[in-house]
Ligand binder design. Structure first.
Ligand SMILES: [Mg+2]
Length: 240
């Protein structure tokens, strides 16, 4: 069977989650085969990361859904979830509340510079309970203020967005924009990928040592160390 498109999460799926943020890159073998596949079928990255972080690291992709789908970029197209313009003050408020936390505070900005969320990331400091507690405290505050808080059981960060969005909506939009013809494969590694798995025709759960205990409801499960091989088998089936 030929596939019509490959959409993928970034952190923990094509890139390892246990390297410092500044050194984060897709696994070289995975990047090589995705670059090959992108010559034949649409490849898109669907991530909670901001575009300025993920786009330079995944230049092989045709399109990106960044900030959990609040922003979609494809060629000259730039689609933003309109509600973010009504709630900009909320993200600024959370950013102010996060200042002083001894962990990495990622500012989630649209490509226009507008702040739409923050990520509280303790991967470089390790899973220290005091850091996690500090992040949870800000997250609880954000919850009360009406922001959308995404907690992960396996990722070393908490994402907070001014507006609720999910990756499923982004997958469905990109499927239309890219005129996907044929089964859409989605690769992801966490519960935040659930709505995208549901939108896909073939959902692929990527496992690694940090999400072993997590039950992802996917059609296929692939260990991250075998992901390049799995993608090569898809490429072989494309009869390129
Ligand atoms: Mg992930």
């Amino acid at each position: 069977m030929k596939v019509g498109a490959i959409f993928t999460d970034y952190d923990g799926t094509v890139a390892p989650i246990d390297v410092p943020r500044s050194k984060s890159r897709p696994l070289p073998e995975v990047e090589d085969v995705l670059r090959d596949l992108a010559e034949k079928v649409p490849v898109a990255v669907v991530t909670s990361k901001p575009c300025d972080f993920v786009m330079p690291r995944t230049a092989f992709a045709w399109a990106w859904a960044c900030n959990n789908g609040l922003e979609v970029v494809w060629g000259q197209h730039h689609v933003v979830y309109a509600e973010v313009y009504q709630k900009t003050g909320l993200a600024e408020r959370v950013l102010r509340a996060s200042r002083g936390l001894p962990l990495y505070v990622e500012e989630k900005r649209l490509m226009t510079g507008l702040l739409v969320g923050v990520s509280l990331d303790w991967r470089e400091e390790g899973p220290r309970q005091d850091l996690i507690d500090g992040a949870l405290e800000v997250a609880a505050m954000a919850d009360r203020w009406g922001l959308y808080v995404v907690r992960y059981s396996t990722e070393p960060f908490i994402d907070i967005f001014s507006v609720r969005a999910d990756k499923g909506r982004a997958v469905s939009m990109l499927r239309k924009l890219l005129r996907v013809d044929g089964p859409l494969v989605y690769l992801g590694d966490s519960e935040n990928d659930g709505p995208a798995f549901n939108e896909a025709d073939i959902s692929v759960g990527v496992t690694h040592k940090y999400n072993r205990g997590l039950r992802l409801d996917t059609d296929i499960s692939v260990d991250q160390s075998s992901l390049a091989r799995f993608l090569r088998s898809l490429r072989a089936r494309q009869h390129f």
